[in-house]
Design a protein around this ligand. Structure first.
Ligand code: PRP
Length: 210
């Protein structure tokens, strides 16, 4: 597993405003949207493209277009939904699949309550959207879901990650032999006793949707 912390002053600036407890929901949603677009730019660095011949007003040339099969974008409900629009702005022709997952706030274990994904993901690049990588249980389960269906390249885009969650992910995915990348705006200090990222930004789902 590869972890990429995006080091960019605009990312840091928007993340600081997101973290601020005085930022209200409408502002939080629009900052999330802006931040995701910046993270998605980095996360799609290895998106597959194929040669594409065109003619400019001056001469024929060969460029690229997104390769087939199209990438699949998977927001993890509920909070991942707040990241979908920003992602689709960069990949407007991507397909979208949905996973509904909820973390039990006492046991911190993740469970799946909804799933709408293509049956066969063979040869597909997948982009998973989830703002928080805390204990890593949710993302580990989501990635296993996708690899069981045949996905062969997975990139998770998170606003924030905790070292404990990354370590668990690394451990749980050790038997999976496809490329898995986590792209995040920051690697925070730790988890607290409630499984919240510290300093974090609170509960992303609540801050997005109340
Ligand atoms: C939060 C967050 C992640 C998950 C991270 O979702 O959006 O999906 O917890 O925690 P983990 O890494 O410890 O598994 P939550 O379960 O609160 O659901 P929500 O998106 O509906 O708010």
């Amino acid at each position: 597993m590869r972890t990429h912390v995006v080091d960019h002053p605009l990312v840091a600036h928007k993340l600081t405003a997101l973290r601020d407890e005085n930022t209200d929901s409408p502002t939080f949603r629009s900052l999330t949207d802006e931040l995701v677009a910046l993270l998605a730019y980095e996360a799609t660095r290895d998106v597959r493209v194929a040669p594409h011949a065109i003619v400019t007003p001056v001469a024929p040339t060969t460029g690229v277009k997104l390769a087939s099969p199209k990438p699949l974008v998977v927001p993890i409900l509920r909070a991942g939904l707040g990241m979908l629009e920003g992602m689709m702005r960069l990949l407007p022709t991507a397909e979208v699949g949905f996973l509904g997952m909820m973390r039990n706030e006492e046991t911190l274990e993740a469970s799946t309550y909804a799933e709408r994904l293509p049956e066969d993901l063979s040869g597909r690049q997948c982009y998973v959207l989830d703002p928080m990588l805390a204990t890593g249980g949710t993302l580990a389960a989501a990635i296993k879901f996708l690899t069981d269906r045949g996905a062969d390249d997975i990139t998770a885009i998170c606003l924030l990650a905790a070292p404990e969650g990354c370590a668990r992910l690394e451990d749980e995915l050790s038997g999976i032999d496809i490329p898995v990348t986590v792209v995040t705006a920051a690697m925070d200090e730790k988890l607290n006793e409630k499984g919240y990222i510290v300093p974090g930004l609170g509960d992303a789902g609540d801050r997005l949707y109340g």
